[in-house]
Design a protein around this ligand. Sequence first.
Ligand code: SAM
Length: 462
Amino acid sequence: MPFADNEVLDMILKAMNKHEGPISKEMLLKHLKTPPCYTIVRVNTVTTSKDILRDAIEEALSMQYSLKSISPPTIQYHDTIQDILVIKSNHSLEKAKPIYPHVMVGLGCAIAILRGANAYSPGITAIPTGVAIGDQVSVFADLLGQCKRGWNKEYEGLKYFVGNGLLLQSRQDLFTVGSPRGLAINMIEPLFDCPGIGDILLDDKTVGFQKGFLQNLPSVLCGHALNPLPHHFVLDLCAAPGGKTTHIGSLMENKGTIFALDKSASKINQIQDNSARLGLSNITAFVFDSTAACIMENSQQFQEYDTTELVSPLPTSPPFLPNSFDRILLDAPCSALGQRPQLYNPIRLKEVQSFARLQKKLFLTAAHLLKPGGRMVYSTCTYNIAENEEIIDWALGLFPFLRITSSSVRLGKPGYRIGQLTEEDCNAMQRFGSCPHENSSMDENSDTIGFFICCLEKVPLS
Ligand code: SAM
């Protein structure tokens, strides 16, 4: 039961059945509850090479797996994306049984565990009394977030088993200290065997900078679809925590200029931290509401500029003049229905339906700020047609100067044919994370989160 609102699940199911062929509700739920089998590491090409990073991860994984009774996963290069490593998990495990005292963790912590992480102190919600450091514990997600922090009996509410581990901190350490820190449970027998790569990348300080970045495959594709060049002026309108911004920074060889905007002041530090950790200096982050990032031509502010100048002044900080950027990424805030694994999603249909309005406002900004001849990428991590194809259909109707263009790397399925979109338009879009049909096999390009990418160009001035 990953959805509080059945109408949300029905909406996804109906769209998939109509545009991709028959699947059942059970198949879709299983697909959404299961983490992708593949872990993708984007290589920080500014500071290291694919070979060096592969060797470092291989060595760390062989130590990690010496504690488990199975062999470590293999690390492969991708056929077409040159700056990633593909690590295939041994998903067949699923043998772990909840036979130890039950420890409760938050939903975010549980999802991280299913994708290969250990459990850190802030994620732990409850441990029964009598359980001590070194004891084996069975770890459960608190699906509704209703378990009281520090609860000392076995929790009887709605919960989902994510694996067994070894307790490394006591109840006292975790619940009586102000803000607990550090590793709390070493997940020796998780439900799915995903390698724990995050800690390897953070721990490796041998070259001073982080050599790689964990990222979903479609997210990496956004950077390649944008195709930024080292001399470009690039704008990332919804940038935090900076996964795609830092990729763009690497693709530009740490040259050019990237302005990264996000309206969340608390998240802007993550862009700065990630840029610093990856050794990138071509990114400047601003806390800014991107719906107001373009100085519109009918505004007072626009009148104050000397528009008789043939060349617009170079952008320095938001808001910007129209036609300022060679490349724009709009990785829009969305209903995030494509996340995997999903153990429980509280979102209501009304909220899902509310995102398109904000996405259109942001799109308007992007369309105006793009230079003629420039390229923009629109992306979301949702299956919802209203936030994907319908936005593009709306934009093409409104902006005669925009054209859909194919990205050089195509790994997803075509977009859904709706509204005025042509077959050619839909073939240029990419959809990821479809639910597999009975007996169909999946690879690193299909077993991903749900994601949508569309690349557009502004017609050059003739
Ligand atoms: N591109 C990011 C990455 O790859 O790490 C993820 C972006 S996330 C999908 C969407 C972001 O949009 C959130 O960080 C949110 O704070 C931001 N956001 C929402 N409304 C915004 C607005 N009006 N202006 C700027 N940012 C906004």
